[in-house]
Design a protein around this ligand. Structure first.
Ligand code: 13P
Length: 336
């Protein structure tokens, strides 16, 4: 492993900093825009994402941005590509490289993430365009009799092969096994499935020879299903998540950056803050605990922007407010 993988992974989880996930695929960004009554176009996607990336002072809280393929080649109003412009601000460019979660053959209701074919060449091209870290998201659904062993293992294997290819290309892999919050399962079930998925992922990473010092883990929190009648409170989510990660994530991993996965923005901040406060009480954690939020960083900004250039400043202010709150939470210093 090169030193640069390790130093980039560490820079992404530097104290007070976390990651903005802005890598929504075409259908997903169209859904987000539709929620504010805006039609998705190339120019609006460029302008909306630029609003977030170029927000004045964001680099105090944001270490890296995950982009979708289209965004890497788009330009700021001043004519620089987004990776070039972010580099000048001290923000590292990341790229989503999976090609989506597809139905897993023979396993109704389950998915496996695709995108390994041709990945070596795509990674080299993204490196040339400025990407220094990447993301691959596996999706695990909790339901009646699922997840299956087939689903958990197929996804772990793909994540590990992706991670090995990234490191070969000098790109830090962000390994994301997401156990979905959808469903009415309780927190115990989320804990059991998350533990299982993490165990399979780290077994596969070891098998493929991935250097843990040069990667980041992007997991879900251990949390009640959305439809659970007795949803666990903030302190319980924090304690269960930290305990689950201590059991399953080797100390060599420099950082764990959570996804928000449909939590409200304040909830996502409160959980992260509670975990870091708990870690401090426990005398410190083996890894940095930070954020790689999509919706929890963008929801308020998207609404304030509303698709209008006139609302740029309001959108940036809303984004910076969430970024600042999560920066504090990432240090365990957020006050409601
Ligand atoms: P959310 O925080 O909206 O879950 O998005 C993070 C992400 O990148 C999921 O892959």
């Amino acid at each position: 492993m090169t030193e640069s993988l390790e130093s980039i992974a560490n820079a992404l989880v530097a104290p007070g900093k976390g990651i903005l996930a802005a890598d929504e695929s075409f259908p997903t960004i169209a859904k987000r825009f539709a929620s504010i009554g805006v039609e998705s176009s190339e120019e609006l996607r460029r302008s909306y994402r630029g609003m977030l990336f170029m927000a004045d002072g964001a680099s105090e809280f944001i270490s890296g941005v995950i982009m979708f393929d289209e965004t890497v080649s788009q330009k700021t109003d001043a004519g620089e590509t987004y990776p070039e412009a972010l580099k000048e601000l001290g923000i590292i460019t990341g790229i989503k490289v999976d090609t989506g979660a597809k139905a897993l053959a023979g396993h109704a209701g389950e998915k496996v993430t695709e995108g390994l074919d041709g990945l070596r060449d795509r990674l080299a091209a993204y490196y040339d365009k400025g990407a220094r870290f990447a993301k691959w998201r596996a999706v695990i659904t909790i339901g009646d009799g699922i997840p299956s062993n087939a689903c958990v293992r197929a996804n772990a294997h793909a994540l590990a092969r992706y991670a090995a290819l990234c490191q070969e290309a000098n790109i830090v892999p962000m390994v994301e096994p997401e156990v979905l919050m959808d469903g009415d399962h309780d927190i115990d079930r989320c804990d059991a499935v998350t533990s299982w998925a993490l165990q399979e992922v780290f077994t596969a990473l070891r098998e493929q020879g991935v250097a843990l010092e040069g990667m980041l883990l992007k997991p879900n929190m251990v949390i009640s299903g959305k439809g659970d009648a007795n949803r666990a409170d903030v302190q319980t989510v924090a304690a269960r998540t930290v305990a689950c990660l201590r059991r399953n994530v080797p100390a060599a991993v420099p950082g764990i950056v959570f996804l928000s996965g449909g939590q409200s923005d304040v909830e996502a901040t409160a959980h992260l803050d509670a975990m870091n406060k708990l870690g401090a009480e426990q005398g410190g954690l083996p890894w940095q605990l930070s954020f790689s939020y999509g919706r929890a960083l963008q929801a308020a900004a998207l609404k304030a922007w509303g698709g209008k250039a006139d609302n740029y400043a309001a959108g940036q202010a809303a984004f910076l407010e969430r970024a600042k709150a999560n920066s504090a939470a990432r240090n365990g210093r957020w006050d409601t």
